[in-house]
Design a protein around this ligand. Structure first.
Ligand SMILES: Cc1cc2nc3c(=O)[nH]c(=O)nc-3n(C[C@H](O)[C@H](O)[C@H](O)COP(=O)(O)OP(=O)(O)OC[C@H]3O[C@@H](n4cnc5c(N)ncnc54)[C@H](O)[C@@H]3O)c2cc1C
Length: 599
């Protein structure tokens, strides 16, 4: 297995050359105090060491041994607790946190890259700190001052982790159905009772306390999603002097045995009259939880990318070493590797196809993730028009980050396994673990089907196309200003076609949906992918342009590689959208005309 190497050069290229993050940081007063290029570089380099040296090496063992459960006690795989301690002592648990409570206040553009490294090291490990960071974000935004002082500071310090308790056995995508109850108490707290399933990091042995963010309903709450409130429920109550108090009747009933992410504890959690504290307003819990969920959705998208990056690195090293067959053109152009009895599999068109698919989609996903993170940074640290535009674009593109990157992540980890032939199917090389680990990313944090509905129904149709227009206006302005840019026509022309097709398809679907709402539900998945490829074309054009400016065709290997890969994306991958458009336009009749009994 190849040793994991963090793609630091690509990360710096995106930050400073393509998106000019350092200029943006200087411009935004709230960020200028926290971060500059030197700080950012130091952070990425130090974090890379942790991912490569502490986390990647425990991943295989974590998969083999997994998490164990006995008498309510959850024990993580060997090395995990120690790795978390090293991670927390390095201050990494505070990276994106609110500076008023001990956080470092770093922008999302950096924390997203930090997440990519952790997840490429091991998704199971990364889930513990990344979920805690998401919960902290929700608490920082919606929690009372008292809760923030008491809990947030300890979460940033890495003393305690957090979990997100939404799902119940009968309530997954449809959270309006939850039954967990919260009864108001005289002291202003709530007594929380109910059972949650599939709770990641609900119980473990990393830290002495765990902070649960729990969705529950008051006895007289309105039915459905409008009656949901959010509560902070600690495993152990916390005394006035900040020492740990009594056990809060939060227990783990069992853990799940799963297809992948075996080192992540997936717990059944029981709350039995546990003391809870309201976060945000009563009956507005779902909105507060969405602060966390949106953060986690981008995070889960990044997990898909991370698994694919790890798989690509293994596959590339293997393909260079593995000798099988001769190149098709050997008879015409001579044998490529005459000193050995076969050529490396790198000579085969189909192997190159798999590797280039992975490379182009990984680099495209990383660039798009940086673009979306930049929007989040404008939304968080910007003001006025910039802030509003950032908010709109981040909201529009979050479901794309979640679903598109994870669908590609699964496709790519399968490709990375395929490059190994039979050796990809057996455990030794780690490629099958990546396939199994990547698979969950398409399911949790809102299935990819739900993400597609969020994009097309809530964001695009819900805003009558105005949110989409913010994106298409930006891309059209970019196309306009680069029509004449030397060397760019091979990228600008197909980008212009893609954006015009997306606009036309949107109008077509919104019109049809006026008479048949099922048009949106049946086209949603195709639509999300069409949008994904189009948005990726935009960032690939930007990367190609930056590389051309750096004398790419004849210059540094890095820029040459970018230009080749951009070409590959535009000629081989962007056309995938054409079949998806045909499918999206085909209408809902053929899905609903068949009776359920005829399936
Ligand atoms: C390993 C693991 C870890 C998890 N971690 C957590 C956690 O930490 N916290 C937590 O609260 N939950 C967690 N979950 C739960 C996870 O988020 C849910 O499983 C997921 O949201 C789907 O819910 P469900 O399983 O009930 O499926 P269902 O909601 O029953 O969905 C079944 C199918 O129907 C589709 N579907 C449902 N409704 C619609 C609709 N309106 N339109 C179109 N299609 C629809 C879905 O896309 C899916 O294909 C975890 C799950 C797993 C497996």
């Amino acid at each position: 297995v190849a040793e994991y190497k963090v793609p630091l050069k690509d990360m710096s290229f995106l930050l400073y050359e393509v998106f000019k993050a350092d200029e943006m940081w200087q411009k935004l007063p709230k960020l200028a105090e926290q971060v500059d290029k030197d700080t950012a570089e130091a952070i990425l380099q130090e974090c890379a060491k942790i991912a490569e040296q502490e986390i990647d090496p425990i991943s295989r063992q974590g998969d083999e041994i997994g998490v164990s459960f006995k008498d309510g006690v959850v024990t993580t795989a060997p090395g995990y607790k120690e790795a978390f301690k090293t991670y927390a002592e390095g201050g990494w648990t505070a990276l994106g946190g609110d500076v008023n409570y001990g956080g470092m206040g770093m922008p999302k553009m950096l924390t997203a890259m930090h997440e990519e490294m952790l997840n490429s090291g091991d998704i199971s490990f990364a889930l513990y700190p990344v979920l805690t960071a998401g919960a902290a974000l929700s608490l920082a935004k919606h929690g009372s001052e008292e809760l923030k002082q008491r809990y947030l500071t300890r979460m940033y310090a890495g003393d305690w982790t957090a979990s997100m308790c939404l799902t119940e056995s009968h309530s997954g995508s449809d959270l309006g159905l939850i039954r967990t109850k919260a009864v108001p108490q005289e002291d202003g707290s709530y007594s929380v009772t109910g059972n949650k399933i599939f709770i990641t990091a609900g119980e473990h042995d990393f830290t002495e306390n765990i902070v649960h963010l729990v969705l529950a309903k008051l006895p007289d709450a309105p039915a459905g999603p409008r009656g949901i409130s959010l509560f902070l429920v600690p495993k152990f109550n916390v005394n006035e002097d900040e020492t740990l108090g009594e056990f809060n009747n939060v227990s783990c009933g069992s853990i799940e045995h799963k297809m992948g992410i075996n080192a992540s504890a997936t717990c059944v959690m029981n709350f039995d009259g546990s003391k809870g504290f309201l976060v945000g307003e009563l009956n507005k819990g779902l909105a507060c939880m969405f602060t966390m969920m949106n953060f986690e959705r981008i995070g889960v998208g990044i997990q898909g990318l991370s698994a694919s990056v790890r798989s690509y690195q293994n596959a590339l090293e293997y393909a260079k070493d593995r000798l099988q067959g001769r190149a098709l053109d050997s008879k015409v152009n001579g044998v490529k590797n005459p000193n050995q009895e076969a050529d490396s599999i790198m000579v085969h068109g189909d192997v190159r196809r798999m590797l280039l698919n992975m490379k182009a989609l990984n680099e495209g996903s990383r660039a798009l993730s940086s673009y979306i993170s930049m929007q989040l940074d404008y939304a968080t640290f910007g003001e006025g028009e910039e802030e509003v535009k950032g908010e709109t674009l981040a909201a529009l593109m979050t479901p794309i980050a979640k679903a598109f990157f994870t669908d590609l992540g699964f496709e790519n980890t399968v490709a990375g396994q395929q490059v190994f032939g039979g050796h990809g199917y057996i455990r030794e090389w780690g490629q099958e673990q990546l396939v199994r680990d990547a698979r969950i990313t398409q399911i949790y944090e809102g299935t990819n089907g739900i993400q597609a509905m969020d994009l097309l129904m809530r964001k695009v149709a819900g805003s009558k196309g105005t949110m989409l227009k913010v994106f298409t206006d930006e891309v059209n302005a970019y196309i306009e200003s680069n029509q004449e840019t030397q060397g760019m026509s091979e990228f600008i022309t197909p980008l212009a076609q893609a954006i015009s097709d997306l606009t036309e398809l949107t109008t077509d679907l919104l019109t049809k949906s006026e008479s048949d709402i099922n048009e949106l539900g049946t086209a949603a998945n195709d639509y999300l992918h069409i949008f994904g490829y189009t948005a990726m074309a935009y960032v690939w054009a930007k990367m190609a342009q930056t590389s051309l400016t750096n004398n790419g065709e004849s210059g540094d290997d890095f820029y040459q590689s970018k230009i080749h890969t951009a070409r590959y994306f535009f000629t081989r991958l962007l056309p995938r959208r054409l079949s998806l458009i045909a499918s999206a336009k085909s209408g809902s009749d053929c899905l609903f005309a068949i009776d359920d009994e005829l399936f």
